[in-house]
Design a protein around this ligand. Sequence first.
Ligand code: ZN
Length: 257
Amino acid sequence: MHDDNPASGGPAAQLPDMSLKPSATELFRRKLAGRPQPAELRRIALDGLASSPALESTRHAQIGMLVTHTDRTWWDGLLGRALAEQGLELTGKWSRRLVSSAGNAAIRGSEAVIQVSHFIVRETHERNRWPIRMQGLDCPNATLLIQLIVEHELAHVAEYAATGKMRGHGPAFREIAGSQFGHTEFAHNLVTARQKALDEGIRPGMRVTFVHEGTRYWGKVVRITKRATVITEGRTRMKCYVPIGLLEAASVRRPAA
Ligand SMILES: [Zn+2]
């Protein structure tokens, strides 16, 4: 049985207040409607990290700390709470396998995982051509680079927390990355820019060299798509798909075996 008449003071009037309390997910959605001041928050986020975030001292936990800290600074930790409500733990870590883009965000089992490419950060750091452009902003050093990668990936996770979906760099993502972090470019564009620069030197037909798992190989580029297809020289000819960033023009001949 039920009472259709709200004026009659039936069961509806006795609902506990709790049912009216917004969920963390709802609170997070409201938070996303605001316009924070990214530059100021970014300074607070980086200052607040207990240890020196210098690249040399990076530890595995650093990315996790940065992720949590950024959520706290920007959103009072509501992203983590909204995800927890959805059965997910927000985590972050370095990836040694990720070489094709600067970062990655994914929902895996009970985790919302943000990964930052150790390779890309190290390469950029060592090439030391600061400042670089990242997400449309000037990025003067590796610490800020890592922060900007984390922000980009957090925007992906924020879209998921608020809408239940990740739709690449679509309108919802752009709105979040733009309004929350002030990003004006949304590709994982560090890689694209870097690859472009390197692409200028690497062409099909060119002899190249690269290191894979500690061994140096020499070969010839036969095709370039996202990666370069290289046919190696030597006793065992192999067809390899190599990230363009790993290739160097071979200015010396392969040493005789
Ligand atoms: Zn992205």
